[in-house]
Design a protein around this ligand. Structure first.
Ligand SMILES: [Zn+2]
Length: 108
């Protein structure tokens, strides 16, 4: 095993001093034919990167990037679509009853 070094991925997520080593894998790259190198802990077990706790996001926006997970995007589009539909309905409404219904849709 090569010398131990600090895992940069773990350090980036707020867990410094995670010493890891590199172990030549039995898997080889299909194109280059070279073996992969697995990350191992000091005790020789496979290293799994530590992540932030549940209260903090695993990724922080960098360089002005806005990171949104897929669920948030779907939800945002859903809310936006409903609002636009309700707004169009309200504008096109002829009767007071339709306006009331449209307001009910918006407040949902
Ligand atoms: Zn790690």
């Amino acid at each position: 095993m090569s010398k131990q070094e600090e895992c940069r991925t773990c350090k980036d997520t707020g867990h410094p001093n995670q010493l890891i080593g590199f172990k030549k894998s039995t898997r080889v790259h299909s194109v280059t034919g070279r073996p992969y190198w697995d990350l191992v802990n000091q005790d020789g077990t496979d290293h799994i990167h530590k992540e932030n706790g549940p209260d903090t996001p695993t990724k922080t926006p960098q360089n002005g990037q806005l990171l949104i997970d897929g669920t948030s995007v779907v939800k945002a589009i859903e809310i936006l679509t409903n609002s636009v539909n309700a707004l169009v309905f309200a504008i096109c409404s002829e009767t007071e009853l339709q306006r009331v219904q449209a307001r009910a849709m918006i407040s949902k």
